[in-house]
Design a protein around this ligand. Structure first.
Ligand SMILES: Cc1cc2nc3c(=O)[nH]c(=O)nc-3n(C[C@H](O)[C@H](O)[C@H](O)COP(=O)(O)OP(=O)(O)OC[C@H]3O[C@@H](n4cnc5c(N)ncnc54)[C@H](O)[C@@H]3O)c2cc1C
Length: 469
């Protein structure tokens, strides 16, 4: 039995920085990883997909060359092996950096293997037993494989196996119209595949306001993605050309034949093979580890960070979990998850930057809501760049004058959203930004203008109130 001051399970976005921080504070740390150093973000999530999206974006812009006075003789085609090689080089560098950092940190011992709780303070890795009074679970999640008839009889893909593809699928059928499905969908369409997205709800990215999801849907449709909403996947069977996906739908064919199928129907936490029951750690019905506002589980000394606690599903939320735990344990701070403001991007082109409330949430809040809107076609920077799709929507509280939220669907929206997010963290009145002099020409320069034209949120027509809720 090896005894440690702290054991960390998983080298994801919280585990890695926590191991280094604790070790540098003089603690004897063990960190356990069963697959790739860096977890989902580095290997099968954010970094590789955004690298591939960059290839897709540049292919798209090359095809639009004539719009910018660029003459490209001949067709723009993809070298998918080169796309994958570029993505792999980025991923491998990050993975290596993380492995080298952990292995090179004094007081930190790296174990490669699957961690299994044996008791609240004991973990088994291979043939070794490790014990500690402090255990941090950072096991992340994986793609849900829906238990539909025939799913085991067809060669389906997930976000992980998509990373191994170095060819162009002739027809990629994507089950699920959330952000993972849409990002892969637009990307592969731009690479040259025929793409069909099947979404069982009435809109893509169903948690967004309808005006946003409708605009995103139009954007991907304009790229040539075949979007089918209100279309529920109910089964699969092999076909000479690939896979038949059977669907329950109000309109259109009930069978879709694809050369390849990507399942993008959500994520589940990696807690089913962790032995949490042996430690008495409480999980919810979906397997997420229950934590309090400071990420403590019900078992003293055991914390859960990142996607596996169900309190966030992004790299920045996992990293913030690390910051909360490290500050509270090492700096005498009292940081909390509830201090965090919801914020994320969806990396379509153009991207969607989101912070705080949606319009539906603002309406439900009972506050006196003001809204400001501006199409990207009326943003000079977007016009100059020839990227005018999307719009900006800002929500503020008429009484406190604080920002409630914003959605920036448009070129640069993934960066510009931080102007609003930082104001929200500062709890600043929107009038501060309204009087700020932003740099010309930028997308952000229009934010003060929009704030100068805020209007009360119009009442919803009775039949649309339900949809917006
Ligand atoms: C396609 C895709 C695109 C994404 N894009 C973005 C994006 O653009 N921006 C963003 O913020 N987020 C994005 N995400 C989400 C982001 O990747 C995750 O939220 C983030 O990686 C979660 O980090 P984590 O530390 O909780 O877990 P992970 O990064 O998943 O790390 C968990 C680690 O634990 C290891 N592990 C699991 N069980 C055990 C065990 N029993 N023993 C030992 N080790 C174990 C795993 O192998 C893994 O390395 C994306 C996700 C996907 C799937």
């Amino acid at each position: 039995m090896q005894s440690y001051d702290a054991i960390i399970i998983g080298t994801g976005q919280a585990g890695t920085p926590l191991a280094v921080r604790l070790a540098k504070a003089g603690k004897k740390v063990a960190i356990i990883e069963r697959k790739f150093f860096g977890g989902t973000c580095v290997n099968t999530g954010c970094n590789p997909t955004k690298a591939m999206i960059a290839s897709a974006y540049n292919a798209h812009q090359a095809r639009r060359g004539a719009d910018y006075g660029i003459v490209i003789s001949g067709a723009v085609n993809m070298d998918m092996k080169a796309v994958k090689a570029r993505k792999d080089a980025i991923t491998e560098e990050s993975r290596k950096w993380i492995a080298d950092t952990l292995n090179g940190t004094q007081n930190c011992t790296v174990y490669q293997g699957s961690a299994l709780f044996q008791s609240p303070k004991t973990i088994q890795v291979g043939n070794e037993l490790l014990s500690s009074d402090l255990i941090f679970i950072n096991v992340g999640g994986r793609a849900v494989v829906p238990p539909l008839p025939g799913v085991d009889e067809v060669p389906y893909l997930t976000n992980s196996s998509m990373m191994d593809i170095d060819f162009l699928p002739p027809h990629l059928v994507i089950v699920g119209g959330g952000y993972v499905g849409i990002e892969f969908g637009q990307m592969y369409r731009r690479f040259g595949s025929e793409v069909t997205i099947l979404e069982m709800g009435p809109h893509l990215i169903g948690h967004e306001d309808v005006d946003i999801s409708t605009a995103v849907e139009e954007i991907v449709r304009e790229d040539g993605v075949n979007v089918r909403v209100n279309t529920k996947c109910i089964g699969f069977r092999p076909h000479a050309d690939g896979v038949v996906v059977t669907v329950d739908c109000r309109e259109g064919p009930t069978e879709v034949i694809g050369s390849h199928v990507l399942l993008a129907t959500g994520r589940r936490p990696n807690t089913d093979d962790l032995g949490v029951e042996k430690a008495g750690i409480v999980t919810d019905q979906r397997g997420y580890i229950a934590v309090d506002d400071q990420l403590r589980t019900n078992v003293p000394g055991v914390f859960a960070l990142g996607d596996c606690n169900g309190r966030g599903a992004f790299t920045h939320t996992a990293f913030n979990d690390y910051e909360i735990v490290a500050s509270n344990l090492l700096d005498g701070d009292s940081r909390r998850v509830s201090d965090r403001i919801t914020a994320y991007n969806i990396y379509t082109d153009p991207p969607l930057g989101r912070a705080g409330f949606t319009e539906a949430q603002a309406r439900k809040s009972g506050k006196n809501v003001l809204v400001g809107l501006r199409p990207m076609a009326k943003v000079g920077r977007a016009v100059e760049k020839g990227e005018t799709k999307g719009f900006i929507k800002i929500l503020a509280d008429a009484d406190s004058k604080q920002f409630l939220g914003a959605a920036i669907l448009g070129t640069g929206g993934d960066e510009v959203i931080h102007c609003i997010l930082d104001m929200m963290y500062a709890k600043a009145e929107y009038t501060v930004m309204q009087r700020a002099v932003h740099i010309h020409p930028t997308v952000a320069e229009l934010l003060p203008t929009i704030l100068g034209d805020l209007k009360p949120l119009p009442a919803l027509a009775p039949n649309s109130a339900k949809a917006a809720g």
